[in-house]
Design a protein around this ligand. Structure first.
Ligand code: FES
Length: 141
């Protein structure tokens, strides 16, 4: 039987549960907040542009600190990156089709442009610079 996942935030509030006592497991960062659409994983900090669907928004785990970036791709190399973290208090967002949902306090963002749809967040998702080199998408350094 799969054990329920406990977010890092909740794990900090419940140290015994974080240690695995009581049948709960602490979550890896990729488990936090991403309920219905698992983010793509960028191995070694890059992902093939071919893996990023056109005319869609896709969460990608680029690794490192603050790894999650929402890639909004139009046609071809039309690509914009947005932070995958809530502007209210920094929780990792999960994608629910055309919106990003914050599991902490319920803010929602438009997955096509990062705009706030529902608070308490009041600030749109900031852009994250991404570059395409040799068919690979990376965060700009
Ligand atoms: S951290 Fe997202 S709504 Fe509070």
């Amino acid at each position: 039987m799969e054990r329920p996942c406990l977010s890092r935030r909740r794990a900090l509030l419940l140290p015994a549960a974080a240690a695995g006592v009581g049948g709960l497991a602490a979550c890896a960062p990729e488990d936090e907040g991403f309920g219905t659409a698992a983010p793509l994983r960028a191995d070694e900090g890059a992902i093939s542009l071919d893996e990023v669907p056109e005319n869609a928004s896709t969460l990608v785990n680029f690794g490192g600190q603050q790894p999650f970036v929402l890639l909004v791709r139009g046609e071809g190399e039309d690509l914009t990156g947005y932070s995958g973290y809530c502007t209210h208090n920094g929780c990792a967002l999960r994608q629910e089709e055309t919106e990003l949902d914050c599991p902490c306090h319920g803010s929602r963002f438009d997955a096509s442009n990062g705009e706030v749809l529902v608070g308490p967040a009041t600030t749109h998702l900031p852009e994250i610079a991404v570059v395409i080199e040799d068919g690979l998408v990376r965060r700009e350094q």
